[in-house]
Design a protein around this ligand. Structure first.
Ligand code: ADP
Ligand code: MG
Length: 232
């Protein structure tokens, strides 16, 4: 479970996130959508504990910046930040060791095969394309068996097969009870794969609706997106 309570992040005078509140329960997928500059990455980086902010963020009841909290979430940043001179395999070992995960070989192989990276496991990160780096970044986040996972624009740079596999994987994670937060500026990239939609604009969450609430009101996602993001 992920709880974000009164999150405000300022970069000097700019309020990039303004009093953000939301909860993602076990086995729920929330999609954070909004135009470029809305504050999506800022929100995810705050949850990942990478920024200073005001407010409270809890991962399964633990403060996100605590050691216990950090163990419980995975974060796939907008831009992969790998170690250029470590191989794909070494990245996985490094993550598993850092999180104290054992017996992960079978899972690592399965993930590598899912993303067509098994034959590239001995390649250095600096030899990989942007999309391949993105795949390694996803595998590293998943190898730690997180209870909460944050994906910042995960489809960018992936080929169509990898996008399909990632969506498949996300739906399995949901079934396993993981709380999932995905940011995207591409409204239709997540199709029906979400339980709650959070629309962000100018640092604020202007709309938060569950799928059933949206169905009841008979509005399409596109309708409400433009209604709230185009408003002056
Ligand atoms: P999104 O991910 O929705 O495109 P961001 O969270 O990256 O939006 O950015 C939100 C706002 O904060 C933008 O106006 C952006 O220019 C600003 N911003 C982001 N990162 C920084 C930073 N490190 N320093 C100053 N301003 C920033
Ligand atoms: Mg962003």
């Amino acid at each position: 479970m992920l709880e974000v309570i009164n999150l405000t992040k300022k970069y000097n005078k700019l309020e990039a996130a303004k009093n953000i509140n939301f909860t993602i329960n076990k086995g729920e997928i929330a999609v954070l959508v909004g135009p470029n500059g809305a504050g999506k990455s800022t929100t995810l980086k705050s949850i990942a504990g990478l920024l200073k902010y005001e407010g409270e963020i809890k991962i399964c009841g633990k403060v996100n910046k605590s050691v216990e909290g950090k163990r419980l979430f995975g974060y796939v940043p907008e831009l992969p930040s790998l170690y250029p001179l470590l191989t794909v395999e070494e990245h996985i070992h490094f993550m598993a060791k850092a999180y104290g995960i054992r017996n992960y070989d079978a899972k690592a192989e399965e993930l590598l095969r899912t993303f067509d990276m098994f034959d590239k496991k001995e390649k250095l990160a600096q030899e990989l394309s942007k999309g391949m780096q993105q795949k390694v970044s996803i595998i590293c986040a998943l190898i730690t068996n997180p209870s909460v996972i944050l994906f910042d624009e995960p489809m960018i740079g992936l080929d169509p097969k990898a996008i399909k596999e990632l969506k498949n994987l996300i739906s399995h994670l949901r079934n396993d009870g993981v709380s999932i937060l995905i940011s995207t500026h591409l409204l239709d990239s997540m199709e029906e794969l979400w339980d709650r939609i959070l629309i962000m604009k100018d640092g604020e969450i202007v709309i938060s609706k569950s799928k059933s609430e949206l169905n009841e009101s008979n509005e399409s996602l596109e309708d409400i997106f433009f209604e709230f993001t185009e408003k002056k």
